[in-house]
Design a binder for this molecule. Sequence first.
Ligand SMILES: Nc1nc2c(ncn2[C@@H]2O[C@H](COP(=O)(O)OP(=O)(O)OP(=O)(O)O)[C@@H](O)[C@H]2O)c(=O)[nH]1
Ligand SMILES: [Mg+2]
Length: 214
Amino acid sequence: MNKKEVKVMQNILNVNDKIAEELRTELKEQNIQFINLMSSPGSGKTTIMERTAHEFGEKMCVIEGDIQTTLDAERVAKAGIQTYQINTGPFGGDCHLESSWIKSAMEEIDMTDIDLVFVENIGNLVCPAEFDVGAHINTVVLSVTEGEDKPLKYPLAFQNSQLCIISKIDLLPYLDINIEDIRANIKKVNPKMKVIELSAKTGEGFKDWFAFLR
Ligand SMILES: Nc1nc2c(ncn2[C@@H]2O[C@H](COP(=O)(O)OP(=O)(O)OP(=O)(O)O)[C@@H](O)[C@H]2O)c(=O)[nH]1
Ligand SMILES: [Mg+2]
């Protein structure tokens, strides 16, 4: 019984990885960068997307993942860019996105002038890290309100990412948290991780984020 379950799960992951690899290659051939944003709920992903959309305009599009509602897609669409919302609620409420769903979403988007594709994964620091969506850059967003220990407690998301955005730095003066300790814990689980600190409220640090994207 257990053996069979393991085998089925393995098949799902193999199919997901195959589609993810094809997607990554296809987009690279078209000179399109694909960035996957992962984080716990409320770390500021959509707010970062809103500011980023004002910088890159119609050169970027966002695929939003949520269990329910089109709230995030509506927020990002207000910036005037193409946005696609995936809801997993009607299909069992999965807490992650899979590569085949991203592929289907991209077929609905006019990719002619697109240079940057963002996926805002479902708010969850565990499941999305287990599913390759085909991104060139996996990014984990960690807000300063979440605590210094999160990279140690949820290592897979940090190990499977190339960039960590430490968000909401405008709140640092009000918190009993040391950003150097956050950085040290990120380095412990992923010594190669690039780290960008920013605030989507004040705009501080966005210069670095935009430079990274360029
Ligand atoms: N002070 C401060 N608040 C922020 C910042 N970025 C986002 N927020 C607030 O944090 C809350 C959550 O932000 P969202 O952008 O919706 O977070 P999210 O990661 O997209 O959330 P989910 O999609 O639900 O996982 C909102 O009330 C934002 O206004 C920031 O840099 N500083
Ligand atoms: Mg969001």
